[in-house]
Design a protein around this ligand. Structure first.
Ligand code: UDP
Length: 310
């Protein structure tokens, strides 16, 4: 198949490009490089273009996997307008291109559509609890708008669209400075610097290793589903205080644990209900938190900073 991957030079995108290219697909990667890095895909046998989805494009393929968007809170808060435009103008361009060539669409949505959820764990029928004008709204509301765009284009133009609400994902090729909790904790622990927990650390996240994420997304992309929405993530819920201790132990670190103010609107709990994707595609995450963290620690230790000079 010929597959277009938007945001292909980013964290999830580059793993997706690598996996699909290794399976013999013809892959075209487009990326604005606002938060992506062309080094992530330069050694792959794929076509890679510097193209921002906010600008019109014309690329024929069988399937588009729309992963383009800053995803780390510090990134999308640094680029709020770009984030809003990516999920509106960019989404329209992705869908317009897909209609033109009758392409199937797998759109990456997010657990952030649930905001600071009042339902736990979160299932797809929950409408969410989102602050429409808070610091996270460019991403949360942007992704909610993008979902509505997908749903209405599916109704009107009858193209196949699957939406995957991605929960916290981690692994090699995250940027050490992207501000998310796992790269922060690992790099702090490796340098024996204080590990910074925001708030009291009792908030939870459920972390999915990248290979599991890519596997689940590929199952959705290659399914015969015409239109639907799925949570995708690892339901193993972890408190941040626990995460800090695990990272410290796995890095054999002497870091102290310090507490900093909790950012505004930081969700208290997050855990996916993955009943729907498991029933439909048989997908279940396989990589345990310790196993995934060890691989990520090795990446940051051996390759990350040295290779990219970050
Ligand atoms: N966090 C933290 N220390 C850090 C970075 C993040 O305690 O150095 C917290 C953050 O406040 C949130 C959780 O870790 O409660 C996950 O944050 P992240 O930015 O990774 O992703 P989010 O799930 O909030 O989008």
């Amino acid at each position: 198949m010929k597959i277009l991957i938007t945001g292909g030079a980013g964290f999830i995108g580059s793993h997706m490009c690598e996996r699909l290219a290794s399976e013999g697909h013809e892959v075209v990667c487009i990326d604005s490089l606002i938060t992506g890095d062309k080094k992530n895909v330069e050694n792959l046998n794929i076509e890679s273009l510097n193209q921002d989805i906010r600008k019109p494009f014309d690329i024929k393929a069988d399937l588009v996997i729309n992963l383009a968007c800053p995803a780390s809170p510090i990134d999308y808060q640094k680029y709020p307008i770009e984030t809003l435009e990516t999920n509106s103008i960019g989404m329209k361009n992705v869908l317009g291109n897909a209609i033109k060539y009758k392409m199937r669409v797998l759109h990456a949505s997010t657990s952030e559509v649930y905001g600071d959820p009042l339902k736990h764990p979160q299932s797809e029928d929950y409408w969410g609890n989102v602050n429409p004008n808070g610091p996270r709204s460019c991403y949360d509301e942007g992704k909610r708008f993008a979902e509505s765009f997908c749903m209405n284009y599916n109704k009107k133009y009858k193209i196949d669209i699957i939406m995957a609400r991605i929960f916290n994902t981690y692994g090699p090729r995250m940027r050490s400075n992207d501000g998310r909790v796992i790269p922060n904790f690992i790099n702090q622990a490796l340098r024996n610097e204080p590990i910074t927990i925001y708030g009291n650390g009792k908030q939870t996240r459920s972390f999915c290793y990248i290979s599991d994420m890519v596997d689940g997304l590929i199952r959705l992309a290659f399914s015969d589903i015409k239109f639907d929405i799925f949570n995708i993530g690892n339901p193993n819920e972890t408190k941040l205080t626990e995460l800090a201790e695990i990272v410290k132990k796995l890095c054999a670190s002497d870091s102290k644990i310090t507490f900093k103010p909790l950012p505004q609107d930081d969700p208290v709990k997050r855990k996916p209900d993955i009943t729907k994707i498991t029933k439909t595609t048989n997908w279940m995450p396989k990589v345990s938190l310790e196993e995934g963290l060890l691989k990520t620690i090795n990446y940051f230790k051996d390759v990350g900073d040295k290779k990219y000079g970050r």
